[in-house]
Design a protein around this ligand. Structure first.
Ligand code: DAH
Length: 345
């Protein structure tokens, strides 16, 4: 019996030595078999009862050796497996591979359109001017010759600040005209991009918050011809050298005479028909010769100076430029929409 027990231990030690688990699962099987709570050595520890007294010590040491052999082997195998896993992942790490591309942001189509307009005017000597979005009644309306009973002044059309008939969210960038004329002397040649607000019902064509670019040119002997040539230059730069413009008589309180400018868009496609209402002409901006009363309101001598001004909506231009058919898309910040413009500068 005792011999048998010795032999069993020998066999187990052999087995332990011959094992070569190569995966984490196989190693776990090894652990369960030789070191787990019901391991193969346990029974042999029990056998010590049947060993003759004079060999008990020897037997005990032998079983212990087997146990230690299992432990040592397990430790060595575990380290080996971990090392080779590390090596494998190091091999997968290709240090020469190109880096992950960084998701760079891009300009919003409104910003890129605004920049494009501003750059065209900067190249012919206009300088960017700014004014506040929270404006006072004087700069937005009074200085700009807008009478008390003008509908634009109505509470329904304009966002006044709470408890105030004096402060409002500017309804147009024309307020920057008044700001500039009261703080600079002619010659003045400014371009003023910015956000404006009107109490409009939001639809595919209108929004309560939008962007405009204002232009103002004041000097001695500025004529209507100067204005027309400047706007023609802008149109050709913006939409292509073959584009033509026309000026239709209009009315604005701050210009006299006033005009609306159309660009000939063409009548080739169904979209051309829709956006030009079948005429081929598309309204782009309002303009005119600065009313002498406005010059006087702002402290500029109308007998010496004259000038022209214009204002255009940026969303409209962006929609034309990029073929966008609903203004709301420009304000929803849906990246699926905006991603289409990532190549735009
Ligand atoms: N401020 C006008 C608007 O918001 C646009 C405009 C028309 C601006 C004529 C001008 C101008 O400077 O001369 O509808």
């Amino acid at each position: 019996m005792a011999h048998e027990a010795f032999d069993k231990i020998k066999a187990i030690i052999k087995e332990i030595e011959s094992q070569k688990p190569e995966t984490a699962e196989a190693l776990e099987q090894f652990r369960i078999r030789f070191l787990g709570s019901k391991n193969a050595l346990k029974e042999l520890f029990g056998e010590i009862r049947n060993v003759a007294n004079e060999r008990k010590k020897e037997y005990g040491q032998f079983v212990n050796e087997a146990k230690m052999a299992a432990e040592a082997k397990f430790k060595a195998l575990k380290e080996e497996l971990e090392a080779s896993a590390e090596e494998a992942s190091a091999q997968q790490l290709d240090l020469t591979a190109p880096g992950e591309p960084l998701p760079l942001g891009a300009r919003h189509p409104i910003a890129s359109t605004m920049n494009r307009i501003v750059r065209i005017f900067e190249r012919i000597g206009f300088v960017v001017a700014e004014g506040p979005e929270i404006e006072d009644d004087w700069h937005n309306f009074t200085a700009m010759n807008t009478p008390e009973d003008h509908p634009a002044r109505d509470m329904q059309d304009t966002y006044y600040l709470r408890n105030s008939t004096e402060m409002l969210l500017r309804t147009h960038t024309s307020s920057v005209q008044a700001r500039t004329m009261t703080s600079q002397k002619p010659p003045i040649r400014i371009i003023a991009p910015g956000r404006v607000y009107r109490n409009e019902t939001i639809s595919a064509r209108a929004h309560c918050q939008f962007h405009q670019v204002e232009g103002l040119y004041i000097d001695e002997d500025v004529s209507f011809a100067d204005m027309k040539q400047t706007l023609l230059h802008f149109t050709k730069e913006m939409y292509g050298p073959e584009k033509e413009i026309r000026l239709r008589p209009s009315y604005f309180p701050f210009t006299e005479p006033s005009a609306e400018m159309d660009v000939y868009w063409g009548l080739e496609t169904e979209t051309d028909y829709r956006i030009t209402k079948g005429t081929g002409w598309l309204e782009i901006l309002g303009c005119g010769m600065v009313d002498p009363q406005v010059l006087e309101n702002c402290g500029i001598d109308p007998d010496r100076y004259s000038g022209f001004a214009f204002g255009m909506g940026i969303e409209r231009q962006a929609m034309l430029l990029y073929n966008i058919n609903d203004i709301r898309l420009l304000f929803e910040n849906d990246v699926r929409f905006l991603k289409q413009f990532t190549s735009v500068v």
